[in-house]
Design a protein. Structure first.
Length: 241
């Protein structure tokens, strides 16, 4: 019989604590702390921000924010500056500091400088995210059908249909983006349902991902994705669902 209150080691407790931390957040924090350290040493500052008094740290960060550039001298994106501020503030919090760069009144000056820098970058054309993912349009769908990319009309389209069709349908109907979401899904994550009109549809309950980590405040999608079931549909025909 399993004990209701089993003994748990310090190592297991520490492992659970680390589980709550997003790996990408840790990586980002380290990156920005390295940037701060390099800049602080260049300007003759002490890079250990935990040891600063609030007023002194505000002055140092004001100079840091005013001149921050990438290693090749190019500009950062405006959104990156916001992430940097959060990373520095998180470092203070994790090291039991009582000050907060993001919230305390003592840091109004450096936050204003960072805000001014972000606005100047946007005026120069940064922050437009030209490589951001764009949703597929109805015209895109029609183009796939028109060019007969999927189907059995030739060996190439047949190969695409057999290898890519399921992958494409999952992306199209359930909004999957990264490789992780595909690699870590299970049959048990899908459910077959029926609405009041008798129409059958499939829903998908995704596992923790990079943007939805789970935990006490599980972040759910605003709209439950559905894939309508058509029993006459063949994998060798166009994906009309």
């Amino acid at each position: 019989m399993v004990a209701r209150f089993p003994e748990i080691s310090s190592e297991e407790i520490e492992k659970l604590a680390k589980k709550a931390v997003n790996k990408n957040t840790v990586k980002t924090a380290k990156t920005w702390m390295d940037v701060w350290k390099s800049s602080a040493e260049n300007m003759g500052f002490n890079y250990d921000i935990v040891k600063y008094e609030a007023k002194e740290l505000d002055e140092c960060l004001s100079r840091f924010f005013a001149k921050i550039r990438k290693s090749d001298g190019s500009d950062y994106e405006p959104d990156s500056l916001r992430v940097m501020l959060a990373a520095l503030d998180r470092h203070l919090k994790q090291n039991s500091s009582k000050i907060s760069i993001a919230k305390d009144r003592e840091f109004v000056k450096c936050r204003q400088i960072l805000e001014g820098e972000a606005r100047a970058l946007r005026e120069k054309g940064h922050g437009k995210r030209p490589n951001a993912t764009k949703a597929r349009t109805v015209q895109d769908e029609k183009q796939v059908s028109k060019e007969r990319v999927l189907g059995e009309q030739n060996p190439k389209s047949l190969l695409y249909t057999c290898t890519c069709n399921l992958w494409y349908l999952l992306i199209l109907h359930f909004g999957l983006r990264g490789c992780q979401e595909h690699h870590e899904m299970f049959v048990e994550d899908f459910s077959l349902n029926k609405d009041d009109q008798g129409t059958e549809y499939v829903t998908f309950e995704e596992n923790p991902t990079k943007t939805r980590r789970g935990g006490l405040r599980k972040k759910r999608r605003a709209i439950q994705q559905k894939m309508t079931v058509c029993h006459w549909w063949s994998p060798l025909s166009s994906p009309v669902l």
